[in-house]
Write a protein that binds this ligand. Sequence first.
Ligand code: ZN
Length: 380
Amino acid sequence: MPTQVPEAAKHTSDQMIPGTIGMVRLFGVPVRLHFTFVLLLIFLVFIGVGERQSGALTALYILALFGSVLLHELGHALVGRRYGIRTLEVVMFPIGGVARLERMPKAREELWIASAGPLVNVLIAGVILGILWQRGGLLPVETLAQPSDANLAHRIALGNLILAGFNLLPAYPMDGGRILRSLLARFRTEDDATRIAARAGQALAIAMGLGGLLSSNFMLVFVAMFVYLGATQEAAAVRGRTLTAGYPVRAAMITDFRTLSHSDTIRDAGNLLLSVSQQDFPVMHGGRPVGLLTRNRLMRAMLAEGPDAFVAGAMDRDFPRLSPDQDLSEALPVLAGSGSCALVMDGDQLLGLLTSENLSEFLMLRQISRHQPKTGADSW
Ligand code: ZN
C-alpha cells in the first residue's frame, strides 16, 4: 500500500506514528500494528464466525491477507534498500500498510520501489492459482461470493489481485500514483508531476467517498478519507522539498536570536521565554552551545524541579545540528525529527537557528516569489 516519506512538521525520523502497538522485525524492517488494525481484526473474526465457513479458517483467511499486505510492504522496503534507502518502519492500518522511507526516492528509484509492492501480490496470486490449476481445482469466479472452507485458497488469491489492483490506481498516495508521478517526471518538472498525481488522488478520493456514502459502505468512506489526506500531505511534502532544494540552510536560518547561559536557572529561562517571541534557546558555555532548551523541556523542568533548577539539567545535550552550507531540503527531515528547532553550526561556532516556523515562512516567500518577476539578489 502507500509508502510514506518524511515530511516537515509531521512524523519524525526517530519517533513513530502515534497509536501503534507491538513490533516485530522482518528482514530488519520494524513492523508495527496501528491499534485500529487490531479493532478491525476483532471485528472481522466476530462477523466471520458462524457463516458457512469455520471460525478457524476465517481467522486463517484474515491472517493470510494480513500476511499478503505485509509482504507487499516488504517488497517496497527491500527494493528501497537496493537503492540505499532505509525503511524506518512499516505500520499496518486497517486498509493496508504504510512504509515510511528514510528519504524521498528519485523518480527512477520511485518507479521500481512503488511497483514492487503490487508485484508481490500478483506473484502470490499467481503461485496460488498456478497450484490450484495444476491440481485441476480452479473454481468459477461467481462461486467466490459465498465464502466457504472449500474456496479459501481462491479467496486469498483474489484478495491479492484486489490488493494489487487497488494499489495500482493511478492516484497519489497509492503505488499507482507514484508510478504515474515517476513516469510524468520524465517529461515534466517533478513539481508538475506531483501536482498531477496528487490531484488525481484527491479526485479518486472524492469519487470513492461519494460512492461509499451512496452505497452506505462506510469502509469505503474511511479509505477515501485516508487517500485524500495522503494525497494532500504528500503534495505538501514534495512541494516543500522542491521549494528548498538548491538553497543552503544559511538562507533560511534565524540570525537574530537569544541564548541562555549554562548557569541560568529555569526562572531566568521562563522570563526570557515571556519577553521574546522565540521558543527554543541555545544554552551556551564558554562561547560554545552545549545544549538546547526547548519550550517543552522548559515547561517540564518547571513542573518537575521548580524555578530554581538549572537549565543545564533540563536542556537537550544531543540537539540536532545543521551545517550552514547543507542543502535546505536535507534540513526538512532533521527538523521534523527534532520537532521544532535545530542549531546551525560551523564547527563549534553557533551561527543561527532553524525552526519549523521560520522554515514555513521561507517556503511561503519562495512560493510567492516564484510567481513574481526576478528583481534582484534576494536570498529566496
Ligand atoms: Zn504499496
